[in-house]
Design a protein around this ligand. Structure first.
Ligand code: A3P
Length: 281
């Protein structure tokens, strides 16, 4: 609990709250929680539990870096502090604000490094929609079918202004980020691969962050009921919350094909920007 943590903070002079040297900027529904939890299997990593919305919400940003720092968990000087707020990637003001922020040097990371986890943009829309569906169901409200969100009622065309579509237009957002950050400061995690082969993806992240590789096969075990990998370390075993890994709605073939066609060009543009491709259908 937090009381024990405060006590620890007072007793151990090497512990203090530090600004993050690494931030997971998104994308919403890309697997951001899984990435954060898995990364924290490395003992050199400490993570903020909640999404802080510091750079995207004006009222938080106005509170300043000292407020931001106070939200971080205690760490030792050799540890890396990581925060994740999936809304950062698609909020247009965030890249510039973050570029003006200088992570304290020291430890093994001297400048802010960004992690972004992407997944098939069509699958991501379905995941986003599923979340809306469940949120409404919890409040006893009905949710219109997916096509009502996706298609304009007057023209019948796909609506790029629909939030879930816009968030999946990765290239548009990426252009903005690359105006403010050098490419080598940004590592993109393959969210589809993270589901199937978490160890390989985490190894890449450890390398990118310059961490000693400490995450191993023993940290993961497949849970057949969930259909996902769960985590295990010396202290405990845990799966992600039930809200992660929910079944998606079935989409009729024609609509799905339209979505796929719609993203073909933006996806290619993203691959050019990143200098790599993804195995998206
Ligand atoms: P779905 O619920 O659509 O399957 P985020 O944390 O950014 O909201 O991402 C949620 C997604 O993380 C889930 O989307 C799920 O596919 C993915 N995920 C990746 N690895 C997972 C794991 N080990 N357990 C549960 N979900 C995982």
């Amino acid at each position: 609990g937090s009381r024990r943590r405060r006590k620890r903070l007072q007793d151990d002079p090497s512990l203090s709250r530090r600004l993050p040297q690494t931030i997971i900027i998104g994308v919403r529904k890309g697997g951001t929680r899984a990435l954060l939890e898995m990364l924290s299997l490395n003992p050199a990593v400490v993570t903020a539990e909640t999404e802080l919305h510091f750079f995207n919400r004006d009222e938080n940003f106005a509170r300043g870096l000292e407020w931001y720092r106070q939200q971080m968990p205690p760490s030792r000087p050799d540890q890396v502090t990581v925060e994740k707020t999936p809304a950062y990637f698609t909020a247009p003001q965030v890249a510039a604000r973050m570029a003006g922020y200088h992570a304290p040097s020291g430890g093994n990371v001297s400048a802010l490094r960004l992690l972004l986890i992407l997944r098939d943009p069509v699958e991501r829309i379905l995941s986003d929609y599923t979340q809306v569906f469940y949120n409404r169901a919890e409040r006893g409200r009905e949710c219109p079918p997916l096509r009502d969100f996706l298609l304009s009622r007057s023209t019948g065309r796909l609506r790029p202004d629909y939030k879930a579509v816009n968030r999946s237009l990765y290239a548009d957002h990426m252009e903005n980020w690359l105006r403010h950050f050098p490419r080598e400061r940004l590592h993109v995690v393959d969210g589809d691969r993270l589901i199937r082969e978490p160890l390989a993806e985490l190894g890449r992240v450890e390398r990118f962050l310059g961490l000693e590789p400490r995450i191993s096969a023993g940290n993961f075990y497949f849970n057949a009921t969930r259909g996902f990998f769960c985590l295990r370390d010396a202290r405990r075993r845990r799966c992600l919350d039930d809200s992660k890994g929910r079944p998606h709605p079935r989409v009729d073939g024609a609509l799905l094909e339209r979505l796929r066609r719609f993203f073909r060009e933006p996806n290619r543009r993203l691959f050019r920007l990143l200098g790599r491709t993804f195995d998206w259908p």
